[in-house]
Design a protein around this ligand. Structure first.
Ligand code: OFO
Length: 167
């Protein structure tokens, strides 16, 4: 059974995962309308992943005797000056999500809720992977600089990344 405090902290995370999904969906749409097909596919897949993270948390809350809340979401940004700026935001967002998951882990330990602590380990691992991926992509973008040919190849390669993830 979840304590009220943990239930509410988990519900905050449900909202954050939903907002992440919307933010990446907005990035996907922006990329799609700017001729960046590979990047847009990558972002659509990221958006789906975030929705899956949200659903996993909704199920856990309800299974543990709580009530997962579906709430109003903050509207994401809809335009970016460059695709680099967009990926910088993705990276910053992932770092923010990791901090939020860490805080949840801390609360679960403080309350000795080991079931929630165990459940959260999946998110801890996922965030390590997503932060590393976002950092990796940003490093590549910095290598490309203003080279249009480089951007073409990057857009093609990132599509491969999506395919490899099986998304
Ligand atoms: Fe939900 O995994 Fe990143 O944000």
């Amino acid at each position: 059974m979840l304590s009220k405090n943990i239930e509410s902290a988990l519900n905050d995370q449900v909202r954050i995962e939903a907002e992440s999904s919307q933010a990446y969906l907005s990035m996907a749409s922006w990329a799609e309308t700017h001729g960046l097909e590979g990047i847009s596919k990558f972002m659509y897949a990221q958006s789906d992943e975030e929705r899956a993270h949200m659903l996993k948390m909704v199920k856990f809350i309800n299974e543990r005797g709580g009530h997962a809340q579906v709430t109003e979401l903050k509207a994401p940004k809809t335009a970016y000056s460059t695709f680099k700026e967009m990926f910088e935001e993705l990276y910053k967002h992932e770092v923010f999500v990791s901090e939020s998951i860490n805080e949840l882990v801390h609360i679960s330990l403080t309350e000795k809720d080991y079931a929630t602590h165990n459940f959260l380990q999946w998110y801890v691992a996922e965030q390590i992977e997503e932060e590393a991926q976002a950092k990796n992509i940003l490093d590549k973008i910095n290598l490309i600089g203003d080279d249009k040919g480089g951007l073409y190849l990057f857009d093609r390669d990132i599509q491969q990344l999506t395919a490899n993830k099986g998304a």
